[in-house]
Design a protein around this ligand. Sequence first.
Ligand SMILES: [Fe+2]
Ligand SMILES: [Fe+2]
Length: 336
Amino acid sequence: MYKISLRERVPSTTLATRNTFPYIMPDSQQESLFQQKVDAEQKIEPRDWMPDGYRKNLVRQISQHAHSEIVGMLPEGNWITRAPSLRRKTILLAKVQDEAGHGLYLYSAAETLGTGRDEMVDQLLSGAAKYSSIFNYPTLTWADIGAIGWLVDGAAIMNQVMLCRTSYGPYARAMVRICKEESFHQRQGYDILITLSKGTPEQKAMAQDALDRWWWPSLMMFGPSDKDSPHSAQSLKWKIKRQSNDELRQIFIDRTVSQAEFLGLKIPDPKLKWNEATQHYDWGEIDWTEFNEVIRGNGPCNAERMAARRKAHADGAWVREAALAYAGKKSKRNAA
Ligand SMILES: [Fe+2]
Ligand SMILES: [Fe+2]
């Protein structure tokens, strides 16, 4: 499945004479050197030796992340033609274009691990690959665009700031730029909600309704609780992840409560309460049944999202064919 070059697996005599490895190192020794490097905060680069599990885990995570950026354009794209002013329209357009860019950086980062983009896209379109469950919820009002920027991009930032320090070099570097753009996304969402929450009673009610619908799905974005998260412990050891799902979720809640208060909106959780002893907010229970149903494909918009992506892929076939034909002509010309 993964195109791993022999260079990475078995050092050739050429490499040996370059003093890369004086002999063929057994995997166990390679693995311990790899872990030492990770522990010393050195980045792992595409041509470095890495355990198969590390490569596999990264391809899964980075491609899921890329798919989420691409599918994530759909709920907001839905409002570009209906934005309430030219200013809001240009901001939203720029934001949605940023998400396309994030998807492309991430596919490129995943490709450095030996899996082609066409393979990753096929996995998305066949339903074999996952994307963030949050994008299977509908955007019913303009306030939803505010809530997505504030909460969904806000939750994404929590994850992505951590990923700027992830052990795999290309992923970490892609994240630095992505994070800068995500901050703008969160600000534009919050700005929409400031306007609505200071507006008419109807506008304020619209903002509250958006918070009511997006709060819990945003908390689900951090993934299952640590005790039920199959990949977490190994990902932390390899420093792919730097903080656990539950830690990040708690930081997000702690930071977001005061932002909701500033807006004069109420977070839909009767159990939400500051805990002086822990210096964190206590909060209620996530409905994991809902989360699992959405992941399984039974969310409100799963079918619609996949149909839109499949149509876009089919509509773009002529562009891929033209690009291939052009590349073929160019290489023939260069060879002549
Ligand atoms: Fe993004
Ligand atoms: Fe974003």
